[in-house]
Design a protein around this ligand. Structure first.
Ligand code: FUL
Length: 651
């Protein structure tokens, strides 16, 4: 879940952002094309150049094997005996990541630095004898690797006794000030907004709702602190002001994703969801008023925190590579979540996946197969090949570019390749200091004595990687470009995706056979229960509208040891029917029930992954009763339950 921000004075922040270092053009050449539309600030240019960074989730929540801590874990639970920030930072660096963001405080409220704002912090853990500062260790390890550093401080705090009042909102701002002053220049201040709900709140154990559009006073009080203390940092939230959330936690931007966006609705803030206009959060807007590109966040494992049961579900180098193409390759950034194990280092499977990804990226992009090509442009600005000629496309400089004369808005470029290379990725970049100018680019290949269409793309911006369906061999290509103004294309590249070998440490997982199961009774009607047990994650049981809590009872066919279960909600992107609180009970005879587990399926709306629950100890069961207690995701939608798969684990 991310934040929404009301915005009466929102525009002010954008103006400030622009003043803080907005550059136009390259600043070196005479007669450069005038910038088109909004342009990036210096902080945003730096962020674009970083392309990929990692986000580290590591708090007492790790030690509780949860995705969202409730805020009630004792402070001394956090004791990573082998913590090694260097191992984590080195793994990120070796995979080609250029920055690291420390989740200095997650929703559980535990501060990884010795803050003055709450006792719920690292100095009350046995780690480093209570003298440690984990944010500092992350920062030093990051800088040692030559990477840039950032922080994520959750606004929602499920531990803070005063959460919901002005006292906490002030404390939150003080936490930001502490982090903005003690850890060097930051490249990003990351503001998630899973805001308000149930929590420990100093022992009150209650639900607290806040108005997330006003409570934190983002534009009036909070973000100005960032601007003042960390001018090099971009501010990330749902809608900007510098970088917007892409709207999913799968790490994927849509094919068309403009870096320009207008977060406030046309009628002064009433359009879209809440007070801001989220309709274009994913795609951006061609005519957006501000430069607010998308960040694509996704964890390396299914969850953001470490769970031993996910050791075999680490994304493979090929999957990571596809995410890279669909994030960085669509003008955004790739923010990959890393989750250290309780001992304080990354699991070998995570390290292996990062290594494999790095090999793949390095090998794929080692050689630009367009090198040595000859160009024939239908127009060159001022006729000046030296400054604005197409040779600039191959010099690996994002800001040198081929430009056309003003008024030449649909030029063509014929490219005679050296030899006849085989490629399956085409890279295009614009000089974004001059704005996002191109509407679209079409690539044709010369074959059988004619030009044949090969690929096309919209929203080029800082980087556009077009993946072809299959590799092609070619000696001659043609680009046709379309823009409302003169074009300023800075890069043209051809690459062949490399194959990499990848190995992981295997572990056994005992999933019980479902063939003998029967659905004994169900407090819910409608839909097809078989779809919850058909081994097909794309189909799901969607019930009729039901009262909550709602019970589903399954007969396992025989009494056996049960060690846990897994609930996978619908995978089609639908927001209705996502169970967020559950109780699991078991029985040997179907009448005498014991509770086995209860809890929260955290973050299920933003990241609807399989929720694997390990029981504290194995139980002997023939019958299992799953009670859906609460739903997430569809505010005000019908109360239905979706189950794509339900699995039970044994010894
Ligand atoms: C979300 C949070 O609720 C998740 O726990 C995680 O921190 C993710 C990066 O942002 O909104």
């Amino acid at each position: 879940m991310h934040i929404g921000v009301k915005s009466a004075s929102f525009a002010l922040l954008f103006i400030q952002a622009a003043l803080l270092g907005c550059t136009t053009g390259t600043g070196h050449l005479d007669n450069e094309p005038a910038p088109y539309g909004p342009t990036p600030s210096a902080a945003q240019l730096n962020w674009h150049e970083l392309e990929m960074y990692c986000l580290i989730h590591f708090t007492p929540t790790t030690f509780q094997n949860k995705e969202w801590g409730f805020g009630d874990a004792p402070a001394n639970l956090f004791n990573p005996v082998n913590f090694d920030a260097d191992q984590i930072a080195a793994a990120a660096k070796s995979a080609g990541f250029n920055g690291l963001v420390s989740v200095a405080k997650h929703h559980d409220g535990y501060c990884l630095w010795p803050t003055t704002t709450t006792d719920y912090n690292i100095s009350n853990s046995p780690w480093r004898g209570g003298e440690g500062d984990m944010v500092k260790e992350f920062e030093e390890a990051t800088r040692k690797q030559g990477m840039q550093f950032g922080v994520y401080v959750s606004a929602w705090d499920r531990n803070y006794p005063d959460y919901g009042s002005e006292v906490y909102a002030d404390a939150y701002r003080e936490q930001l000030r502490e982090l903005y002053s003690g850890y060097g220049a930051l490249f990003i201040s990351w503001h998630d907004g899973a805001n308000g709900g149930d929590g420990y709140y100093g022992g009150a154990n209650e639900t607290r709702k806040i108005d997330r559009t006003t409570y934190y006073e983002w534009e009036g009080k909070t973000w100005p602190i960032t601007r003042q203390m960390q001018p090099t940092a971009v501010i990330f939230s749902d809608i900007g002001p510098d970088v917007r959330w892409v709207g999913n936690e799968s790490g994927v931007a849509p094919e068309t994703s403009w870096s320009t966006f207008t977060p406030v609705g046309p009628d002064g803030g009433k359009a879209g969801v809440g007070h801001v206009d989220l309709r274009f959060q994913e795609s951006g807007q061609r005519d957006g008023n501000f430069w607010i590109p998308a960040e694509c966040d996704v964890p390396l494992r299914p969850g953001w925190f470490y769970h031993p049961e996910q050791d075999q579900q680490v994304k493979t180098p090929d999957e990571l590579f596809n995410l890279y193409l669909q994030s960085v390759g669509r003008g955004g950034a790739f923010n990959l979540g890393l989750a250290p194990m309780p001992e304080g280092i990354l699991h070998p499977n995570d390290v292996a996946a990062l290594k494999g990804f790095s090999n793949k990226v390095k090998q794929t992009f080692a050689t630009n197969l367009a090198e040595g090509a000859g160009f024939a442009a239908s127009n060159i600005r001022d006729g000046q090949s030296r400054h604005f000629g197409p040779e600039n496309l191959l010099d690996d400089d994002r800001y040198s570019y081929w430009a056309t004369d003003d008024g030449v808005t649909s030029p063509e470029l014929v490219i005679d390749l050296k030899g006849e290379p085989t490629f399956d990725i085409i890279r295009l970049r614009e000089n974004i200091k001059l704005g996002q100018r191109l509407d679209s680019v079409w690539v044709d290949v010369w074959a059988e004595e004619t030009w044949q269409p090969l690929a096309s793309a919209t929203s080029i911006g800082s980087s556009r990687l077009i993946q072809l369906d299959e590799p092609i061999r070619a000696s001659r290509l043609r680009l046709r470009l379309f823009a409302p103004v003169a074009v300023a294309l800075s890069d043209f590249g051809l690459f062949k995706e490399a194959e990499v070998v990848h190995e992981t440490v295997q572990a056994e997982r005992n999933v019980l056979d479902r063939s003998a199961w029967t659905l004994v009774s169900s407090g819910v009607q409608g839909g097809d229960p078989a779809r919850a047990m058909d081994g097909d994650e794309t189909t799901f049981w969607l019930t009729d509208e039901t009262d909550l809590p709602a019970e589903i009872i399954i007969d396992l066919g025989a009494t056996q040891a049960v060690t846990g279960f897994s609930y996978l909600p619908r995978q089609d992107g639908g927001k209705e029917g996502l169970v967020s609180r559950y109780v699991l009970a078991y029985s040997t005879d179907g009448s005498d029930w014991q509770q086995a587990s209860e809890g929260e399926f955290s973050n299920i709306a933003a990241n609807p992954i399989a929720q694997e629950i390990r029981l504290d100890q194995p139980v002997l069961a023939r019958y299992l009763r799953l009670t859906a207690v609460a739903l997430a995701g569809a505010d005000g939608g019908p109360s239905v339950i979706s189950i794509a798969e339900f699995d039970v684990f044994g010894n």
